[in-house]
Design a protein around this ligand. Structure first.
Ligand SMILES: [Mg+2]
Length: 120
């Protein structure tokens, strides 16, 4: 998967079909993301209770979560994949393991702190 291409297509569809990403605050995007996480959890809850849930529904909700997390990340001006890698490696350091994702040049790593104060 070309993650940058996914983000570009995701933004284009949002702009054309809904609204500009910037028209929603980070809080708006976070609430939308939480809604999708809730939908996913609801299906998982039903599975836990013994109901037969089509895995396709779970797959679609995971896709929704991923899509909204990307939109939230774009609204914040960060790359969600870079965030994941950065934090992954921080946690690896915490557990003193060499299992790290090392495939990202340091200059590409961004931080929410960098954008804090100018987006909300
Ligand atoms: Mg959904």
């Amino acid at each position: 998967m070309d993650t940058q291409h996914f983000s570009e297509v995701n933004k284009k569809r949002c702009d054309e079909c809904y609204h500009k990403i910037e028209d929603w605050s980070p809080t708006d995007w976070a609430c939308a993301l939480a809604g999708e996480v809730g939908e996913l959890c609801n299906f998982l809850k039903k599975m836990r209770r013994g109901k037969n849930v089509d895995i396709k529904k779970i797959r679609h909700e995971i896709g929704d979560v991923f899509t909204y997390l990307d939109l939230l990340s774009q609204r914040l001006g960060v790359d969600m994949f870079e965030c994941a890698i950065e934090k992954f490696n921080i946690v690896s350091d915490k557990f003193e393991t060499n299992i790290k994702y090392e495939d990202v040049p340091e200059y590409k790593i961004t931080s929410l702190k960098k954008y804090r104060g100018k987006i909300i």
